[in-house]
Design a binder for this molecule. Structure first.
Ligand SMILES: Cc1cc2nc3c(=O)[nH]c(=O)nc-3n(C[C@H](O)[C@H](O)[C@H](O)COP(=O)(O)O)c2cc1C
Length: 172
């Protein structure tokens, strides 16, 4: 069985999870950035990772899912700024919507989705500064989240990603 692990990442959080997933799975495997993947033919299972941007997959990832994943076995891994353990129902609801958006981008493309892992990822200072300067209240609200994102993905989130990947692979 051939397994491909691919990711799109702007500031390295999703790449960190991609590398952990890659290391945790046995056998015939390839690790490649999404920008270098031209086809999923030949892969029996593909892990695809990306950050949430503006409440869903970034545009290049949407395009990739649309073009390449019909009929393919896909396991998603996603990083985002929102704290999944937040006690604020608004945050919980927003995160649920984001994950649903990511799932449906793959589902609408016809992917056979085998799983979705998601965890928090640090909002970089540079990104926070850009969002703050936007003067758009919703984006400025995101920038204010930076303190609660610091240090993510942490060791536990990386370990959980490894366990997620192992479980999916062992079910094949
Ligand atoms: C332009 C931009 C938009 C973002 N939009 C969201 C968002 O809508 N929801 C969210 O939870 N996180 C959002 N984030 C935070 C990222 O998803 C998070 O920091 C992620 O871990 C970044 O991953 P990367 O380091 O792999 O690029 C956004 C980040 C950027 C740069």
């Amino acid at each position: 069985m051939q397994i491909l692990v691919t990711w799109w990442s702007q500031t390295g959080n999703t790449q960190k999870i991609a590398e952990a997933i890659f290391q945790s799975i046995p056998g015939n495997k390839i690790l490649k950035p999404l920008t270098e993947v031209t086809t999923l033919d030949g892969a029996d299972l593909t892990f695809i990772g990306f950050p949430v941007m503006q409440f869903g997959p970034p545009a290049p990832v949407r395009k990739f899912l649309k073009t390449h994943t019909a009929g393919k076995k896909i396991a998603l891994f996603i990083t985002h700024a929102i704290d999944p353990f937040s006690k604020d129902p608004r945050q919980q609801e927003m995160l649920q919507k984001e994950i649903d958006q990511c799932r449906s981008a793959a589902a609408l493309a016809g992917a056979d989705i085998k799983g979705i892992y998601h965890c928090q990822g640090e909002l970089s200072q540079q990104v926070a500064d850009t969002l703050l300067a936007s003067d758009i209240p919703m984006l400025m609200e995101f920038a204010a989240m930076r303190p609660i994102t610091l240090g993510h993905p942490d060791d536990m989130e990386v370990e959980n990603a490894r366990l997620y990947a192992k479980k999916i692979v062992s079910s094949f």
